[in-house]
Design a protein around this ligand. Sequence first.
Ligand code: ATP
Ligand code: MG
Length: 344
Amino acid sequence: MFKAIKGMFSNDLAIDLGTANILVLVKGQGVVINEPSVVAVQIDKFGQEQILAVGQDAKNMIGKTHKNIKAIRPMRDGVIADFNITEMMIQHFIEKVHKRKKFYSPRIIICVPYGLTQVERKAVRESAQNAGARYVYLIEEPMAAAIGAGLPVQEPRGSLVVDIGGGTTEIGVISLGGLVISNSIRTAGDKLDAHIVDYINKNFNLLIGDRVAEEIKINIGTAIELEEELTIVVKGRDKVEGSLKSIEVTSQDIREAIKDPIADILEALKIILEQTPPDLAGDIVENGVVLTGGGALIRGLDKYLSEAIKLPVYIAENPLLAVALGTGKALDELDILQQVAYED
Ligand SMILES: Nc1ncnc2c1ncn2[C@@H]1O[C@H](COP(=O)(O)OP(=O)(O)OP(=O)(O)O)[C@@H](O)[C@H]1O
Ligand SMILES: [Mg+2]
């Protein structure tokens, strides 16, 4: 009973500020917002940007706008490409969650892309403060991913997590509440989409946009040969004739299209394995590697990596939510928070 009442008034938030998706979790309520990190802005007659839509509504406008409307992904490739729009997006979601509880100023913990500069982190922190946060904590993505995947981050034991998001793949070895070594590459879901666009362009003379490429990837993308290969019908514009047409694309095509970025992810993982101190390496040989982030859902990626590195590779139970859940857990458990969050 007491807990229920406390939950009602508790309004602390955990935010996974991803380059593809932003998730907001309210303490005691779980994930309340899970939307694409996209903002649609309209240029008014004074040349000022006005927000038209944020999240899913804005993503639906990508590639379908006219010259006065832009659908923007303000954080690309793991960096903040547009500070103003990023700030507006953070504030939009905080206010959406808090509109009925203006009186309370929450504690907010934000998981930021690993490669953010100090200036970018400061901007994120200030955006949350301006939206009414009492305290703002930041947490690094590999750490949040590992906590969310249920790895024993506080123990004197090596855990290896690979988080494949939209903009970046982050790989970290964690022990005793700290990142021992890590690597971040700008190859993840978006890069796969871009390679699919190029492949379809070159091999089928068909022009498609990023959103269609993402759909193809999710529907038939695979890192390995499948027992039963998949197909999908793709509509686009003929590069030569300019006419609209549809073609059939197979999972073999897409495997070929994405093989280079997939190999890059493997290389980054191998580099971390080579650098892992021997005692922690022993733990990893025993416990394996855990995949989080939307990219963990690419068909057969676990098997592909496992065969290449000769270690077990597991997919986290809920790869798209792992970072948000881990960020929320850090806020819940003060001892974790003190160990993993930083305030610079
Ligand atoms: N079933 C699926 N198969 C393959 N890829 C998927 C699937 N579902 C989602 N994705 C991809 O996962 C990516 C988004 O993952 P996620 O939400 O973890 O990224 P993010 O946290 O926003 O990005 P980052 O961590 O790089 O900042 C997108 O590129 C999306 O296309
Ligand atoms: Mg992420």
